[in-house]
Every structure is written in C-alpha cells, then in structure tokens.
Design a binder for this molecule. Sequence first.
Ligand SMILES: Cc1ncc(COP(=O)(O)O)c(C=O)c1O
Length: 400
Amino acid sequence: MAFLSDTLARVKPSPTIAVTTKAQQLKAEGKDVIGLGAGEPDFDTPQNIKDAAKRAIDAGKTKYTAVDGIPELKAAICRKFERENGLKYTPSQITVGTGGKQILYNALMATCNPGDEVIIPAPYWVSYPDMVLLAGGTPVTVECGIETDFKLTPEKLEAAITPKTKWFIFNSPSNPTGAGYTAAELKALTDVLMRHPHVWIMSDDMYEHLVFDDFKFATPAEVEPGLFDRTLTCNGVSKAYAMTGWRIGYAGGPVQLIKAMGTIQSQSTSNPCSVSQYAAVEALDGPQGFLTDNKALFQRRRDLVVSMLNQASGITCPRPEGAFYVYPDISGCIGKTSAGGTVINDDEAFAAALLEETGVAVVFGAAFGVSPNFRVSYATSDAALEEACRRIQSFCAGLT
Ligand SMILES: Cc1ncc(COP(=O)(O)O)c(C=O)c1O
C-alpha cells in the first residue's frame, strides 16, 4: 500500500516558492544574488494597521472567532465592495479565509467533482491548475500569447467552454504578466459567459489596487450584473496593503456557495487569525493614501524594468497595466549558448543559467504555462532592479 496519496501525485510544489527559496539559500552561502522571484511588496505594513492589531491583542481578541470571519470585518468588506466596485453584498454573502489562496482553494474544494472542467487562461498564477487538481477537477488551460498582450479573447473563451465547464478563473491584473483587462475587454468576455448559464466565474482581484497610468480596474460582476448570482469575487489585503504575512483573503458570492466554503474551512483551518482580522478592518476602513503612494512607486519601477529589459538583446518586454510583474518574451535567446557554456534550449535553462552566471533569480515561463518567457517581480528596490537588469543585459549580450 502506498503511503502517499494519489492526489499528491497529481500536483507539484509551487515553482515560485522554489525559486525564492533557492535564491535565499545562495544568499546565505554568501553569493551575490538579486531575487526577482518573490510575489510580495518589499515594504512594511502601514503603521495604522499594525496599531489596530496591537489594540486587538491588548483587548484580548485572541480567541477563536466565527469560522468565516468576524462581523466587523464582513461589514468592512461589504463597504469596500460597494465603495470600490459598486457591488452590493450582505454579510451572509461574504467569507474570510487565511489568505486569498485559501479562499480560492475552498471554492474549488466545495464545488469540483471528477470530470468538472475549470478554464484557466495561460499565463496563469501557478497555483490555479494544481488547486483544481487537488479538488478533483480538470484544469483546461487556454494559451494567450504576447500577440494579444497575454489576454484571453472572447473567441478563445467560447471555444474552451464545454457542457462540463464548471468555473472560469479570471485574474486581472494578472500574475504573472501584469496584464489588466479594460471594462470593454472584460465585457466582451462576460457577453460570452452570459450565453453559458452553467459556467461560474471566479474573479481573482488580488491586484486591484496596483494599476498604472489611467487604467481603470473592472471586475466581472460589476461589468455584467447579470453574472452577479454566479460569480465569486475574490480579493484580499495581502498585496494592496503589504500584508502578505497576515494571511487575510475574502470573497463575496451567492449564499449557498459561501456557506459551502465555510464548511470546508470549518473542517480544515477554522477561523483566520483573529488579530489579523482586526488589522484587516483597519486596512479596509482606514486611510487609503498608502495605495496612491504605492502606485506611483510601482509605476516608476515598471517603467524602469520595461525600458531596461527591452534594451537586452533577444528580449521583448510588453508594458503591463498593473500588478508588480513583467513577463518578457525571450524567443530571441533560444538556441543560443551562454558565456558560461549552457545551451539555452528553453526558458528553464535560461533562468538556471542566469542565476548561475549572474546571480539574478527569476521564475521561468513554463511554470506559468506560456514559453519562452520569464517573470520578473519588480517589488524590490530601484537600485537592485537597475543592477539586475544590467546583469540580464550583459548575460544576453554574451549569448552566442
Ligand atoms: C493572482 C494571485 N491570487 C492569489 C494570491 C494569494 O494571495 P494570498 O497571499 O492572500 O494568499 C496571489 C499571491 O501571490 C496571487 O498572485
């Protein structure tokens, strides 16, 4: 009898976490490494949020709470959805979990049966396909290349829908490409979904606040109210408020689904950290100036990275609308040999040689389902980014 489960055999560990761990390990060995793998802001949680957490601790808010969130937080989430997205949820339509990750996982665990298909546009966040597999469903990935700015077209969505489709996972701005859908682009997708009433929509809005220039964020249930009753609108405080370690994510959706997700959570982790929930109330209800400051900072870094990477030979780097990632295409580097003697057969070989020969850690594109590319997270200092891009430029110049 095998000790490990068959379910485990279907999934793999997160490649983005693997790159970050490898970069930290090389650093600990004294190597000069610049990590561009981590998906989190490089600055601290705002002071008002930390103070709210301290007050919660001092007030003894340190016990179990309601499994899917304290009433104060659910009320703050309802206000947020109405204020920022024009979506009217009641507290019974809200669930809170240990990070956005648990929210998505709960939803898939609560709904996927064997044979159920989940449409995932690629490039995708690494966890979507594996979560679907863990839940017993079948991921159906749809490749969206650089020619459409890594965005899904209505034609491709239509072609991917079958009678077995249960969910369509939508993520804008995207991890790993930073691509954001305008309301018009999104409406073209929701028009397709309106014609297929058996398909549910899981919108992962984690990077909502990280959008640049005059781009306006839009979410499916806002663009097409006709989809409200079969949309799970997922969000969290991790990326917007630099709160990745606090582990608070949330969603709004139909009561039956929200209840089912609560059942999964009640038999796995129970409530998210009580103190973090009080901190999240302050994040959502408190001053929002932090978001504007971050936007300006990330926009400057995006411009720096896009401009420097486009000067590297063999690399084409689109300029994304949001998040803190770029996803350059390296077609011009494939088949060449690095100065250190590695043949660059694919993007995994590119990333491995880049780390080995220059100390720059990036995540190879195959991990996100579209190649040959790599993902850069520019959530790091301007100085580190400039140096990393210089090293990438000289690595590419050395390819023969
Ligand atoms: C697209 C996307 N969704 C969800 C998450 C999960 O966020 P959290 O840290 O709140 O679990 C991430 C984190 O990297 C992400 O990039």
